[in-house]
Design a protein around this ligand. Structure first.
Ligand code: PLP
Length: 389
């Protein structure tokens, strides 16, 4: 039984200690405390097949990437971690590992637009079927399962509507129907939410976001609970080749070390911004799982140790007013992505979620999404005050 607070077994290091040390023993050759960037494509062999450290070619394996992969497995409490060139590369590799033509998957009806596009416009061409489902309704999920359903794909909190899905409840549905439950843990990060401990089979990440944490790298991850599934994904990682390069792996590894302290600040800044927005006359509603009025607040409080740094809100005056706010902030930078130390603002309908316009996943035009950074809260509040005036 894992520790409910940080997911660790009683005899394991705590979350932050694992984030800083897992896979990162000082270099045996030089004593370097930080894992070096092994910027190499190949490795000298001592005679044919005589591999020194088990490495032969950096698509198949690279020591910097191995360090990251071990760290990813440790912070998610999984058997095997794998690092990819992007979150979507991780998703593509995973889905083509788990599914064959004719298989069916359930997708959130408010999935991240890129995930929806990957499934709806790429994987369907390879014979994979899908049904969008409101994942917070476990009855609807159970009802949508077909004999050929292989995967239930969950995001929680969702992007950009910040809905919450009960991971433990869906793990039970998944177990009963012998499907695999995959959780995209990008928004929460493993510091705030441990899907594998809650019964999920596999976690995916866009490490571009909170794990990297500094908006300077694009990357993805898959962590599996089952070592055999991990082995199958690793085979496809090498066979398909969408791996994380050494420098990108190093950046994500460095980011993970400070994940805990960054998330604490993201959460506390977000909570203060939510309080401010909730009382603002120009705002018609605030979407944040930490609000007691949020429809899934209780589930969030049960399965998360903090409510995260993402805040969405709807502006009075419709799309035009929302676009205006997005253009008026100065410290909140107008940009896609999220999870970095700097605050970002965006208009999902026209930006991150433009790819789902006209589909059942379309998001409202009056919606604004904030990725609350770790700047001084007084400056962030002053910025929003001016933009909403
Ligand atoms: N999952 C979520 C929840 C995301 O927000 C994103 C990107 O925004 C992705 C996956 C895709 O990750 P990447 O952009 O690193 O390919």
């Amino acid at each position: 039984m894992g520790n409910p607070i940080d997911g660790s077994a009683p005899d394991q290091l705590g979350f932050n200690s694992r984030a800083i040390h897992a896979g990162q023993e000082p270099d045996p050759l030089t004593g370097s405390v930080v894992v070096p960037i092994y910027q190499t494509s190949t490795y000298k062999q001592d005679g044919v097949g005589g591999l020194r450290g088990g490495y032969e070619y950096s698509r198949s394996g690279n020591p910097t990437r191995t360090a990251l992969e071990e760290c990813l497995a440790a912070v998610e409490g999984g058997a095997r971690g794998m690092a990819f060139a992007s979150g979507l590369a991780a998703e593509d590799t995973l889905l083509r590992t788990l599914c064959v033509p004719g298989d069916h998957m359930l997708l959130p009806d408010d999935a991240y637009g890129g995930t929806y596009r990957l499934v709806a416009r790429v994987l369907t061409r390879w014979g994979i079927e899908f049904t969008p489902v409101p994942m917070h309704d476990s009855g609807a999920v159970a009802a949508a399962i077909q004999p050929n359903t292989r995967v239930i794909w969950v995001e929680t909190p969702t992007n950009p509507l910040l809905n919450i899905v009960d991971i433990a409840a869906l793990a039970e549905v998944s177990r009963q129907h012998q499907t695999l439950l995959v959780v995209d843990n990008t928004f929460a990060s493993p510091y705030l939410q441990q899907p594998l401990a809650l019964g999920a089979d596999i976690v995916v990440h866009s490490t571009t976001k909170y794990l990297g944490g500094h908006s300077d790298v694009v990357g993805g991850a898959v962590v599996t609970r089952d070592p055999e599934i991990g082995e199958q994904v690793a085979f496809h990682q090498n066979a398909m080749g969408a791996v994380s390069g050494p420098f990108d792996s190093w950046l994500v590894l460095r980011g993970i070390k400070t994940l805990g302290v960054r998330m604490d600040r993201h959460c506390s800044n977000a909570e203060q911004i939510v309080r401010f927005l909730s009382q603002h006359p120009a705002v018609s509603s605030v979407l944040y799982p930490g609000l007691p009025t949020h429809p899934h607040h209780e589930v969030a409080a049960r399965q998360m140790t903090g409510f995260g740094g993402m805040v969405s809100f709807r502006v009075r005056g419709g799309e035009e007013a929302a676009l205006k706010v997005c253009g008026l902030t100065r410290l909140f930078t107008l940009g896609e992505s999220l999870g970095g130390i700097e605050s970002l603002i965006e208009h999902p309908a026209r930006m991150t979620h433009a790819s789902v316009a006209g589909s059942e996943l379309e998001v409202p035009g009056d919606l604004v999404r904030l990725s609350v950074g770790i700047e001084d809260i007084k400056d962030l509040l002053a910025d929003l005050t001016a933009a909403l005036a």
